[in-house]
Design a protein around this ligand. Structure first.
Ligand SMILES: C[S@@+](CC[C@H](N)C(=O)[O-])C[C@H]1O[C@@H](n2cnc3c(N)ncnc32)[C@H](O)[C@@H]1O
Length: 263
């Protein structure tokens, strides 16, 4: 299980709201791929749709254009993200809900489709999350989500491990544990694909993680300030990954999942 403080997750993403869209390259790429994974049967009957962990609302216009729902709810834990989303994507049939995916403030059997891109990796209790999803879905409804696995940012993790024993990179739940937590939801597909982003400088990656609010939030991290020697050693270790084309890779372990609530 991951060990994230909800308050800290909410504060960190709220702070990043205004810079997020300019830096969320991975999130935009993964969300587009997730949209194309929504089954045609789900598209036809998607009248009540939720974007769970909607962030800045980047995918709200795409969800509206794809599903033409009667109602679309953008739901997020971070009030700052939700405020930004409301300001930039307001429409009559869109409502905004500040809430926790593990305790959804939504009525039972009220939703046809829940779309969620790169949000549930911040949840702590996955059996509770999937039980909540099952509760709010109509029988036959779909939960389509992407999430990150523990191999994500392996280069960053290994480079820090060469320097000290603290946890410097957020620790995400294994896909095996995700699959073991689905409860009564039926697995339609579970596809794992690595996604690699490339940077000319390490600062490009570390700055991006900061600007999207997704820097290390794990409980085992160091609380103290980093010494210069530590930082130099870390940078040297990461330089070991520089490719023949001169670029530094950052690899993410991404799962695209389609679940259905049985009829
Ligand atoms: C990396 S952002 C992804 C945002 C958007 N889905 C996208 O792809 O651009 C993760 C979002 O999930 C939200 N989040 C994290 N934990 C959550 C929870 N327990 N319930 C609802 N939202 C959560 C964060 O506040 C943040 O806005």
């Amino acid at each position: 299980m991951s060990q994230f403080s909800k308050q800290e997750v909410a504060t960190s993403f709220s702070r990043a709201a205004s810079s997020y869209d300019n830096y969320a390259k991975l999130q935009q790429q993964v969300g587009e791929q997730l949209l194309s994974a929504v089954p045609t049967t789900a598209q036809k009957s998607a009248n009540q749709v939720v974007d769970l962990g909607c962030g800045t609302g980047y995918f709200i216009p795409r969800l509206m254009a794809t599903f033409h729902p009667q109602n679309l709810i953008g739901l997020d834990l971070a009030p700052g993200m939700l405020g930004y989303a409301r300001e930039h994507h307001a429409a009559e049939n869109i409502s905004w809900v500040c809430g926790d995916a593990e305790a959804l403030p939504l009525a039972s059997a009220s939703v046809d489709l829940i779309f969620s891109s790169l949000a549930i990796q911040w949840c702590e209790n996955l059996p509770q999350l999937f039980a909540e999803i099952s509760r709010v879905l109509q029988p036959g409804g779909y939960f389509v989500f992407s999430t990150l696995g523990p191999e994500s940012l392996c280069e960053l993790r290994a480079s820090w491990a060469a320097v000290d024993a603290y946890q410097h990179v957020s620790e995400f739940t294994s896909f095996r544990d995700v699959r073991g937590s689905l409860g009564d939801l039926q697995e339609i597909s579970f596809t794992v694909e690595p996604v690699q982003l490339l940077y000319s400088e390490l600062r490009g990656l570390t700055n991006e993680l900061k600007r999207i609010g997704a820097h290390n939030m794990s409980a085992g991290r160091s609380g103290g300030l980093m010494g210069k020697q530590h930082l130099l050693a870390f940078r040297d270790a990461y330089e070991g990954y520089r490719r023949a084309d001169g670029l530094l890779p950052a690899t993410y372990d991404v799962a695209y999942v389609v679940l259905r609530k049985p009829l």
